[in-house]
Design a protein around this ligand. Structure first.
Ligand SMILES: *[C@@H]1O[C@H](CO)[C@@H](O)[C@H](O)[C@H]1NC(C)=O
Ligand SMILES: *[C@@H]1O[C@H](CO)[C@@H](O)[C@H](O)[C@H]1NC(C)=O
Ligand SMILES: *[C@@H]1O[C@H](CO)[C@@H](O)[C@H](O)[C@H]1NC(C)=O
Ligand SMILES: *[C@@H]1O[C@H](CO)[C@@H](O)[C@H](O)[C@H]1NC(C)=O
Ligand SMILES: *[C@@H]1O[C@H](CO)[C@@H](O)[C@H](O)[C@H]1NC(C)=O
Ligand SMILES: *[C@@H]1O[C@H](CO)[C@@H](O)[C@H](O)[C@H]1NC(C)=O
Length: 620
């Protein structure tokens, strides 16, 4: 279990060299260089509020202020070379970190911190759209903050005063790059999401492609199309957009930036169209460069060769220093330092470091097998839920309680379990509902149905994948080499391969920065994508990942012997749309009228309460 040792060792080396106080020191690794082209991109996606960086993982401990310093140096490097740098964010900026979720109203600090970055193209994720409030804040705050760069190709907003349906932001933008003077047409999409709050309207991509404005946009004849989207690269939406643009523009290069799936990935559409996805939670800063772009006055032809390069940069100060050729004294810019200070003040005001207890061990979402003692889902199923998901008036009734694995967003690390940890693990507002006194023979079949995708819900349009963790919803082929079948029989998956360690490192700068010392490899991403296995900027040893089911279930208050006749079927409210049909297929005729509130507390409250009670006097 080398990865545990290395991560823990890194976390223990907690000295204040990372940007946030208490963040672990950056770690060294053999590095691959960034390859520049005419147009270069830095890309974040699915930040989910982690603007403070990872305070328990040395590999990702730089913060948004450091990213701003990095971007400022990289823009300067671009200017010196006469090339361009564009900064992209593809949504899901909110939900998943105390810096957003811990304030009232939510995002009191995080919107102001995010806006400090100068972003050239930005769009919306599904997480901005679950709550009426967050949709409105996106419209009231983020859209005006990024007036020129916010793109909403298939998203509308319902104005509260008038009830009018208006574009959330401009449908597309045209820009001319600063140094190369290239004309770019940029589009910004969201996948065909349908669980959005009712003050937003997501237009299915198929419909958007028929709109007059879209047809005009793809007739613009730019030098480069830029398509950003909160869309997994292996989802159909980007394929549709690619085909529509390509039908009209046979040879124009197209650069896609996606997200949502929380993975590092790159996909080739054709010789002149590539996409990257840049991970999650500010672990990854994506880099893409495009070369061989012809100005529109030149003849654009089939022969013109366009090259795409990509890197997945760990959000590790060591690497940020390496790529800029700077050090801890020369790297932070005044603006970057100011933003790190804003983050520190926000975290302090929200008391995010307040320890609720001490976790006795690491608990993993997918780095440990499920079920096992190191699995966060086994912990929830066996310890937390039976104890803390209880309706006092029905405490003696046998119950089955179902939780979807997607409700959990992050691992627990051995050591201090803080107010922030509760939001990292469980940021959502989901509460528990139930149907009383369901015959056990019926209720006991539900979990199996939820975990076997397709079979029950095939015709109903309810995809069971929406219940699992994002990493598994739209996996790239190399992450899960065969489809995850019976999810209640999890199979071992290997992320990357040992061959990665043999990859020769580029060292175009000729010096021995990083590579000279041959540091021991730290466990981390070892990405395989359509361009190969050399995408990660730092060379890591691979981490093993295990598949998880869509849902887990705990039993409580069961009789000593035999099965109960009836049970309360308790479930997190998010899965209710699947529960009713699953019951029907199990022989139980229930409707939403039979559903009652089981517990008014959120899953977040449940976990925080359990930790205080059971880990509260732990010595960290
Ligand atoms: C957004 O702005 C509208 C109009 O000014 C206002 O009515 C609404 O309360 C605001 N909502 C939020 C969540 O800020
Ligand atoms: C949206 O839902 C809210 C509460 O669920 C309701 O008060 C409001 O009237 C609805 N708005 C529209 C436009 O349907
Ligand atoms: C950082 O770089 C500057 C300029 O090259 C140099 O003067 C300084 O000594 C370096 N600092 C450290 C800590 O290496
Ligand atoms: C940084 O903050 C200081 C103090 O608030 C302010 O005077 C300065 O203008 C800021 N600098 C930048 C580049 O944001
Ligand atoms: C899990 O922990 C329990 C209690 O400490 C122990 O009895 C059991 O053997 C462990 N199981 C595994 C698979 O490690
Ligand atoms: C939940 O809260 C509502 C409103 O305060 C209350 O009527 C209801 O009894 C509560 N339900 C439970 C199960 O606590």
């Amino acid at each position: 279990m080398f990865w545990e040792t290395t991560l823990v060792a890194a976390a223990l080396a907690a000295v204040a060299e990372g940007a946030q106080p208490g963040a672990p020191a950056p770690v060294a690794a053999p590095m691959r260089d960034l390859e520049w082209g005419q147009v270069n991109f830095l890309h974040t996606t699915d930040i989910h509020g982690w603007l403070g960086g990872h305070l328990q993982e040395a590999l990702y401990s730089a913060d948004w202020g450091d990213y701003i310093s990095f971007t400022e140096h990289m823009r300067q490097k671009a200017n010196e070379q006469g090339v361009d740098l564009l900064v992209i964010d593809t949504g899901d900026r909110i939900e998943g970190n105390g810096l957003y979720d811990g304030s009232d109203p939510k995002g009191k600090y995080s919107y102001d911190i995010f806006r400090e970055q100068s972003v050239d193209a930005v769009c919306t994720g599904n997480h901005e759209l679950y709550q009426i409030d967050s949709v409105a804040r996106e419209h009231n705050i983020t859209v005006p903050n990024f007036k020129k760069s916010y793109i909403a190709s298939n998203l509308d907003y319902i104005e509260p005063q008038t009830g009018d349906q208006i574009p959330q932001a401009q449908r597309y933008i045209k820009l001319k790059t600063k140094n190369q003077g290239l004309n770019v047409v940029a589009l910004g999409f969201l996948f065909n999401f349908d669980r959005n709050a009712n003050n937003s309207v997501v237009q299915p991509v198929e419909e958007t492609l028929k709109e007059e404005w879209f047809k005009n946009a793809i007739r613009e004849k730019p030098d480069l199309f830029l398509v950003i989207g909160h869309v997994g690269l292996r989802m159909k939406e980007f394929d549709l957009i690619f085909s529509a643009i390509r039908d009209q523009n046979w040879y124009t290069p197209i650069a896609f930036f996606g997200g949502h799936a929380h993975v590092r990935d790159a996909k080739k559409y054709d010789d002149k169209a590539f996409a990257i996805a840049s991970g999650r939670y500010l672990e990854t800063i994506g880099w893409m460069s495009v070369d061989g772009i012809k100005k529109s006055k030149d003849e654009v032809s089939a022969e013109a060769s366009v090259s795409f390069k990509r890197r997945y940069i760990d959000n590790n100060l060591f690497g940020l220093h390496y790529h800029t050729g700077l050090n801890e004294t020369t790297f932070p810019t005044e603006h970057g330092r100011n933003v790190s200070k804003m983050i520190m003040e926000g975290r302090k005001a929200l008391d995010l470091d307040n320890a609720f207890g001490c976790a006795p061990q690491d608990l993993w979402m997918s780095r440990a097998e499920y079920p096992s003692n190191a699995s966060i889902f086994t912990w929830l199923e066996e310890q937390v839920m039976p104890d803390a998901v209880v309706n006092k008036e029905r405490a003696d009734k046998p119950r089955l309680a179902i939780l979807n694995t997607g409700a959990i967003r992050f691992d627990i690390f051995k050591g201090a379990f803080t107010k922030d940890s509760t939001y990292l693990i469980s940021p959502f507002e989901s509460k528990f509902n139930y149907i009383p006194d369901v015959p056990y023979a019926v209720a006991s079949k539900v979990l199996h149905m939820l975990n076997n995708r397709g079979q029950v819900f095939g015709g109903s349009g309810l995809d069971t994948r929406y219940m699992t963790i994002p990493e598994q919803m739209a996996p790239r082929p190399s992450l899960f080499e065969e489809p995850v079948t019976a999810a209640d029989e999890p199979q071992l998956r290997i992320f990357g391969g040992s061959g990665d360690q043999q990859i020769p490192l580029s060292s175009s700068s000729g010096d021995d920065k990083g590579t000279g010392k041959e540091p021991e490899l730290v466990g981390g991403y070892t990405t395989k994508d359509d361009l190969g296995t050399d995408g990660d900027d730092a060379v890591h040893s691979p981490i093993r990942f295990f598949a998880v089911p869509n849902c887990v279930q705990s039993e409580a208050a069961f009789p000593e012997d035999g099965d109960p006749d009836t049970v309360d079927l308790v479930f997190i409210d998010y899965v209710q749309p699947w529960i009713i049909p699953a019951l029907k297929f199990s022989g139980g005729d229930y409707s939403t009228n039979d559903v009652r509130v089981y517990l008014n507390s959120t899953l977040t409250d449940v976990i925080a309460g359990w930790v205080k009670e059971h880990w509260g006097d732990g010595d960290c």
